[in-house]
Design a protein around this ligand. Structure first.
Ligand code: ATP
Length: 323
């Protein structure tokens, strides 16, 4: 039995998390859910978009399943704050196309520093942002990537950087990458510049197995990769630290389609499958993944973003039948 914090949040976050719980009800593992609040609706009722009770629950349970939250101007983003509070230094996004077998890679991004260190200041003639790259955070994320390659039978880790221009910061990241790679002789280690990677993702996506990169580059490349496979409704993600982990779809609360029962539940369901993988429940994780991809390949019960006419519940039930 696993204790899981669930945070449905706003908009379609609630719909896709509800579908995902139905899927988890059908597998041979027991879950004890602790339902918690975050996001815009929570702010309206409680005056905060991230109550302390929610953070405490995430710290106590085995993992968190997070739907999506709508941003509000009064407070900083609930999910960004939660990632910081829980020290979730690794962001992992599997990019797998149901339509093109050549597109199957993982982007692992450092989640705490780089150009998102929020070290900005106004100067006499404009403004400056500091791009912080530490040895410790780089070593951690690079080792995470190689270890993940080994546990998931992947063959290659590619470091993505811009060390020809950012000679000191990305020079450091690249040097640490090759130094750490020596511990993993069974895994191929190579590197590309970020601008070339942006092109190769489109022209030769089959080149990539695991990409490891710094914060901003990872953010941009993963959205590009989202475009590559078609719908935002297909991409799950894991946010992992040494003590906590949280799984969420890459998409947001999608107010434009919320309440219509047309959200694609795939990204949230695959996030739950990733959670099972990180809990070492590999068989059930794989079963869920297969059921999702078989349902999409069958092309019968798909939500409108995948050019179908099914509702969220109909697509969920089709996945359950495959399970
Ligand atoms: P937020 O402010 O919460 O980030 P958003 O609408 O700006 O919301 P997303 O929620 O990521 O950003 O949505 C971007 C677009 O993708 C929207 O048009 C939305 O309808 C569509 N979309 C996102 N997720 C899904 C999904 N699961 N199924 C179908 N369409 C989706």
């Amino acid at each position: 039995m696993y204790k899981i914090t669930t945070i449905p949040g706003d908009g379609i976050g609630k719909e896709v998390l509800s579908s995902t719980k139905t899927i988890l009800d059908t597998i041979n593992i027991q879950f004890d859910y602790d339902d918690q609040k975050a996001g815009k609706e929570c702010y309206k009722k409680q005056g905060t978009n991230l109550p302390l009770e929610t953070i405490k629950s995430c710290e106590k349970t085995d993992a968190t399943l997070f739907g999506a939250v709508t941003s509000i101007k009064e407070q900083s983003s609930a999910i960004v704050s939660l990632r910081k509070k829980l020290n979730l230094h690794m962001n992992l996004r599997p990019i797998k196309s149901p339509y093109n077998k050549d597109i199957d890679f993982i982007i692992i991004r450092e989640n705490t520093e780089g150009l998102y260190s929020q070290l900005e200041k106004i100067t006499d003639d404009g403004a400056i942002a500091t791009r912080k790259i530490t040895k410790k955070a780089s070593e951690n994320i690079i080792n995470d990537a190689f270890k993940y390659a080994i546990t998931t039978n992947r063959k290659k880790v590619t470091a993505v950087h811009k060390a020809n221009v950012l000679k000191i910061t990305d020079g450091l990241f690249k040097d640490i990458f090759y130094k750490e790679s020596l511990q993993y002789p069974e895994i191929i280690a190579n590197d590309f510049y970020v601008d070339a990677t942006a092109m190769y993702l489109i022209t030769q996506p089959q080149e990539f197995d695991i990409i490891v990169t710094t914060n901003l580059f990872g953010d941009i490349l993963s959205d590009e990769a989202g475009g590559l496979i078609g719908s935002l409704g297909l991409i799950p993600s894991a946010n992992v630290g040494y003590e906590n982990m949280l799984f969420e779809p890459v998409h947001g609360s999608a107010p434009d389609i919320s309440g219509k029962q047309i959200a694609n539940p795939t990204a949230m369901i695959l996030s739950a499958s990733l959670m099972l993988e990180f809990l070492d429940e590999n068989k059930e994780a794989e079963n869920i993944k297969q059921a999702v991809y078989e349902t999409i390949s069958e092309n019968k019960h798909l939500t409108p973003d995948l050019k179908g006419t099914a509702t969220t519940n109909e697509m969920t039930n089709a996945i359950i039948k495959k399970l």
